[in-house]
Ligand binder design. Sequence first.
Ligand SMILES: [Zn+2]
Length: 101
Amino acid sequence: MTTYNFQGYKGRARMAFTCEHCSKPNRTRTFVAEHTVNPFNKNADGSIKQASQVMREASAEAKRQRDEFAVEPWCAACEDALSYDERKALRARRSTAKPAA
Ligand SMILES: [Zn+2]
Protein backbone atom coordinates (compact mmCIF):
# COMPACT_ATOMS: atom_id res chain seq x y z
CA MET A 1 0.00 0.00 0.00
CA THR A 2 1.24 3.44 -0.88
CA THR A 3 1.25 6.08 1.80
CA TYR A 4 1.02 9.68 0.85
CA ASN A 5 2.63 12.35 2.90
CA PHE A 6 0.81 15.58 2.29
CA GLN A 7 2.46 18.85 3.05
CA GLY A 8 0.55 20.57 5.82
CA TYR A 9 0.44 24.27 6.57
CA LYS A 10 -0.61 25.69 9.87
CA GLY A 11 -2.31 29.01 10.29
CA ARG A 12 -2.23 30.60 13.72
CA ALA A 13 -4.19 33.38 15.33
CA ARG A 14 -3.69 34.60 18.87
CA MET A 15 -5.97 36.58 21.09
CA ALA A 16 -5.49 38.29 24.44
CA PHE A 17 -8.71 38.90 26.36
CA THR A 18 -10.42 39.35 29.68
CA CYS A 19 -12.66 36.44 30.57
CA GLU A 20 -16.31 37.47 30.26
CA HIS A 21 -17.31 35.06 32.96
CA CYS A 22 -14.82 35.51 35.83
CA SER A 23 -13.25 38.81 34.62
CA LYS A 24 -9.69 37.49 34.84
CA PRO A 25 -7.56 39.77 32.67
CA ASN A 26 -4.68 38.93 30.35
CA ARG A 27 -5.91 35.54 29.25
CA THR A 28 -4.61 34.36 25.90
CA ARG A 29 -5.77 31.75 23.46
CA THR A 30 -4.07 30.53 20.31
CA PHE A 31 -6.02 29.08 17.42
CA VAL A 32 -4.35 26.72 15.00
CA ALA A 33 -5.80 25.42 11.77
CA GLU A 34 -3.95 23.01 9.53
CA HIS A 35 -4.68 22.56 5.86
CA THR A 36 -2.78 20.30 3.50
CA VAL A 37 -1.81 20.40 -0.12
CA ASN A 38 -3.37 17.23 -1.51
CA PRO A 39 -5.05 15.96 -4.67
CA PHE A 40 -8.52 16.38 -3.17
CA ASN A 41 -8.05 19.96 -2.02
CA LYS A 42 -9.13 21.60 -5.24
CA ASN A 43 -10.44 24.87 -6.53
CA ALA A 44 -13.87 25.13 -8.12
CA ASP A 45 -12.20 24.81 -11.53
CA GLY A 46 -10.65 21.45 -10.55
CA SER A 47 -7.05 22.64 -10.20
CA ILE A 48 -5.18 21.51 -7.08
CA LYS A 49 -4.68 24.33 -4.62
CA GLN A 50 -1.16 25.73 -4.45
CA ALA A 51 0.90 25.91 -1.28
CA SER A 52 0.54 29.68 -0.98
CA GLN A 53 -3.23 29.41 -1.30
CA VAL A 54 -3.43 26.60 1.27
CA MET A 55 -1.35 28.69 3.69
CA ARG A 56 -3.69 31.65 3.26
CA GLU A 57 -6.72 29.46 3.84
CA ALA A 58 -5.24 27.88 6.98
CA SER A 59 -4.52 31.35 8.28
CA ALA A 60 -8.05 32.55 7.42
CA GLU A 61 -9.50 29.51 9.19
CA ALA A 62 -7.49 30.22 12.37
CA LYS A 63 -8.71 33.84 12.28
CA ARG A 64 -12.29 32.69 11.80
CA GLN A 65 -11.97 30.48 14.89
CA ARG A 66 -10.58 33.43 16.81
CA ASP A 67 -13.40 35.72 15.69
CA GLU A 68 -15.94 33.15 16.80
CA PHE A 69 -14.25 32.82 20.18
CA ALA A 70 -14.13 36.62 20.52
CA VAL A 71 -17.94 36.75 20.57
CA GLU A 72 -17.79 35.46 24.15
CA PRO A 73 -14.21 35.03 25.31
CA TRP A 74 -14.03 32.73 28.31
CA CYS A 75 -10.86 31.51 29.97
CA ALA A 76 -10.03 27.81 29.86
CA ALA A 77 -10.89 27.31 33.55
CA CYS A 78 -14.39 28.72 33.05
CA GLU A 79 -14.97 26.72 29.89
CA ASP A 80 -13.77 23.53 31.55
CA ALA A 81 -16.23 24.07 34.39
CA LEU A 82 -19.20 24.10 32.00
CA SER A 83 -21.51 21.15 31.62
CA TYR A 84 -21.88 19.54 28.22
CA ASP A 85 -25.12 21.40 27.54
CA GLU A 86 -23.73 24.76 28.65
CA ARG A 87 -20.70 24.26 26.44
CA LYS A 88 -22.96 23.41 23.53
CA ALA A 89 -24.99 26.57 24.13
CA LEU A 90 -21.83 28.70 24.28
CA ARG A 91 -20.61 27.25 20.98
CA ALA A 92 -24.00 27.94 19.42
CA ARG A 93 -23.97 31.58 20.56
CA ARG A 94 -20.51 32.01 19.09
CA SER A 95 -21.24 30.40 15.76
CA THR A 96 -24.48 32.30 15.18
CA ALA A 97 -23.12 35.73 16.13
CA LYS A 98 -22.25 38.17 13.42
CA PRO A 99 -18.51 38.59 12.94
CA ALA A 100 -17.12 41.67 14.69
CA ALA A 101 -16.45 44.56 12.34
ZN1 LIG B 1 -12.89 32.83 33.38
